[in-house]
Design a protein around this ligand. Structure first.
Ligand code: PMP
Length: 402
């Protein structure tokens, strides 16, 4: 009989492994640049005050804890689709745009992947090299046989390898799913220009590829909520059918509430009810129905003009702080290590800076300087602050000189 002890022994990997090592480090010097959660200047986890306000309203309005429907709160998903696509009133009515509330962005990617594998017979997924660490895993555990990474970055010039990207997706068989980071690419912080997005859309149309957008940092790349949806809206205007996984974790600082939405855009709306039944069945088989509280609070903010304005101004302040931190970090690195160019620190956008370090260098930073970051030197820019920014810059330069 099979026993639990027969299971091959494995260690923690990725973010979880780095975080465990950070928690076990007793040095007062330690610096946490690991997870993509927004930190205040004092290093503590930040909660948007408007979220607290909305949460209090939601708690007061909660009469019971009855199950939600598997596809979640309809008003929430509609607000989420509107945030992504703008005025959707008619499209919504016609069943050409609809949403499914999911457990964070990860949940939306999972439900989308299961749907594509079971109901569209998709077997091949393309995603960037590098990408968010779970893309490949989610798709292969959802039954995708072929996981192929398309070229995304030129590691010499620290720019997008646009030729490589185009060549790779041009070779994709039709009906392949292509994951596209809509903005604030994780981990490189490099997004295609509008011209490049147009070319990507042309290739994908010609090759009959299925776009699957992942948007976890809307507003955090350009500082503008609408501007960051440009790529998604462009594909929409080009007549694509597509999916988009939206994460509200970062935009609303509600990481552990698991607030997400899967937006589906289709050309014809006649079978929307049946599509929803397919999605409901997938959701029922995994977690039955989504949680209420976080999505209800986000919905409260998105549907109340006063709360929405408050959210928008705090959110813009968050985005502005990230831009300022990038400038300060670049300056500190230039002062310590003029032997290298550091322009990529301010050229990249969003929450992450990719330093392009080797595994040994990341290890060295951790062991000798107590500075923790994930593979390739991905840094959560908000983990930096006036107290540690020079220390981190010095540690990086020391590591590069070894
Ligand atoms: N996609 C990307 C690109 C991400 O960076 C993240 C979160 N780090 C997710 C999806 C998952 O979002 P969530 O935490 O809401 O599940």
């Amino acid at each position: 009989m099979v026993q639990f002890s027969d299971i091959p022994v494995v260690g923690q990997v990725g973010l979880i492994e780095v975080n465990t090592a950070f928690q076990n480090d007793v040095s007062p010097l330690k610096v946490d640049l690991i997870y993509g959660t927004f930190r205040s200047e004092d290093g503590s986890n930040y909660l948007l005050p408007v979220v607290k306000r909305a949460e209090n309203m939601v708690v007061n309005d909660t009469l019971n804890h009855n199950y939600l429907s598997p596809t979640g709160i309809e008003g929430f998903t509609k607000s989420a689709c509107r945030l992504l696509l703008g005025d959707i009133e008619k499209l919504w009515k016609d069943g050409k745009v609809f949403g499914v509330q999911c457990m964070g962005g990860t949940g939306a990617i999972k439900i989308g992947a299961e749907f594509l594998a079971r109901h569209m017979n998709c077997t091949t997924v393309y995603y960037p090299d590098p990408s968010w660490e779970m893309h490949g895993t989610v798709f292969s555990l959802s039954g995708f046989k072929n996981k192929i990474q398309y070229r995304y970055i030129n590691r010499e010039t620290i720019e997008i390898d646009f030729e490589g990207l185009c060549e790779d997706i041009s070779n994709a068989p039709s009906d392949s799913v292509v994951i596209l980071h809509a903005c604030g690419h994780n981990p490189t912080g490099l997004d295609p220009s509008k011209e490049q997005w147009r070319t990507i859309a042309e290739i994908m149309k010609k090759r009959k590829l299925i776009p699957f957008f992942d948007i976890a940092y809307q507003g955090m790349a350009s500082g503008d909520i609408e501007e960051d949806t440009w790529a998604v809206r462009h594909f929409h205007s080009e007549g694509f059918e597509f999916l988009c996984a939206q994460s509200f974790s970062k935009m609303f600082t509600v990481y552990n509430e698991r607030v997400g939405n899967l937006t589906i855009v289709q050309k014809s709306g006649h079978n929307i009810e049946s599509l929803k039944v397919h999605l409901e069945r997938i959701i029922r088989s995994i977690y039955s129905s989504p949680p209420n509280h976080g999505a209800r609070a986000v919905f409260q903010i998105l549907s109340n003009p006063e709360l929405y304005d408050e959210w928008l101004s705090s959110f813009k302040a968050m985005a502005a702080r990230m831009i300022e931190l990038r400038k300060d970090f670049r300056k500190a690195l230039e002062e310590e290590g003029a032997f290298r160019k550091w322009n990529h620190i301010t050229d990249q956008k969003g929450m992450f800076i990719l330093l392009h370090l080797t595994d040994n260098q990341v290890e060295y930073l951790r062991n000798f300087h107590h500075v923790y970051m994930v593979k390739s030197g991905r840094v959560n820019v908000t983990g930096l602050n006036f107290t540690n920014i020079n220390y981190v810059a010095k540690a990086i330069i020391d590591t590069l000189r070894k």
